[in-house]
Design a protein around this ligand. Structure first.
Ligand code: ADP
Length: 173
C-alpha cells in the first residue's frame, strides 16, 4: 500500500494537511500527544475546542491547526482499555474510520495519525496496530482521494510494532 507509510517522529512537526490528535472526550487538552499538539498549536486551538461540545469515544471533530504546519487538527477520542470486552476494538476502528471520513469531507488529502489509545489509555500496542493498519489499508483500497496517510510513531518500538502489523496485513491480502 504505497500511500500508507509508517515512520518514527513527532507528529507535531508533520507537514500533512491534517494531523490527528489522540484526544479525550472533553477535548479540553491532556497529556501525551494531546498536550504536545496543544502546546505547538497555541492557545487558539483550546479556544476553538471549547466550543465543540466534546467528542464521544470513537468519534472525531475538526479544528484549524493554528501555529502548526498542518492546516487542520482532527481530534478523536480513543477508547480506554478495560480488558477488551467493552467494545474497545470496534471503538478504536471507528476512531480511524471517522477521522478519515471527516478529513475527506474537508478536502484533506494528506493526513498523519499517532498511535491512538496506546499511551495513557493502555490499549495493547500489537492489537491496536493490527486494527489501525487494517482500517487504514482497507479504507485506501476503495479510496482514490487520499494521497498520503502517515502513521507517526513516537519511538522505535512502536514503529516496529506497526511495521509488523503491516507485514502481516500484506501477507494476508
Ligand atoms: P492515549 O491517551 O490515546 O493513549 P497518548 O498521548 O497517551 O494517548 O499516547 C498515544 C501515543 O502517542 C503513544 O504511543 C505515545 O508515545 C505517542 N505520542 C506522544 N507524543 C507524541 C508526539 N509528539 N508525536 C507522535 N506520537 C506521540
Amino acid at each position: 500500500m504505497q500511500r500508507f507509510s509508517i515512520l518514527k517522529g513527532d507528529i507535531v512537526k508533520a507537514k500533512t494537511d491534517a494531523i490527528v490528535n489522540a484526544a479525550n472526550t472533553s477535548l479540553l487538552g491532556g497529556g501525551g500527544v494531546d498536550g504536545a499538539i496543544h502546546r505547538a498549536a497555541g492557545a487558539e486551538l483550546l479556544a476553538e475546542c471549547k466550543n465543540l461540545g466534546g467528542c464521544k469515544t470513537g468519534e472525531a471533530k475538526i479544528t484549524k491547526g493554528y501555529k502548526l504546519k498542518a492546516k487542520y487538527v482532527i481530534h478523536t477520542a480513543g477508547p480506554i482499555w478495560r480488558g477488551g470486552k467493552w467494545n474497545e476494538d470496534q471503538l478504536l476502528k471507528s476512531c480511524y474510520e471517522n477521522s478519515l471520513l471527516l478529513a475527506k469531507e474537508n478536502g484533506v488529502r494528506t493526513i498523519a495519525f499517532p498511535s491512538i489509545s496506546t499511551g495513557v489509555y493502555c490499549f495493547p500496542a500489537e492489537r491496536a496496530a493490527k486494527i489501525a493498519v487494517k482500517t487504514i489499508c482497507d479504507f485506501l483500497k476503495t479510496d482514490t482521494f487520499f494521497q498520503q496517510v502517515l502513521m507517526v510513531c513516537f519511538d522505535e518500538g512502536t514503529k516496529e510494532i506497526y511495521l509488523n502489523a503491516l507485514k502481516e496485513y500484506s501477507e494476508k491480502s
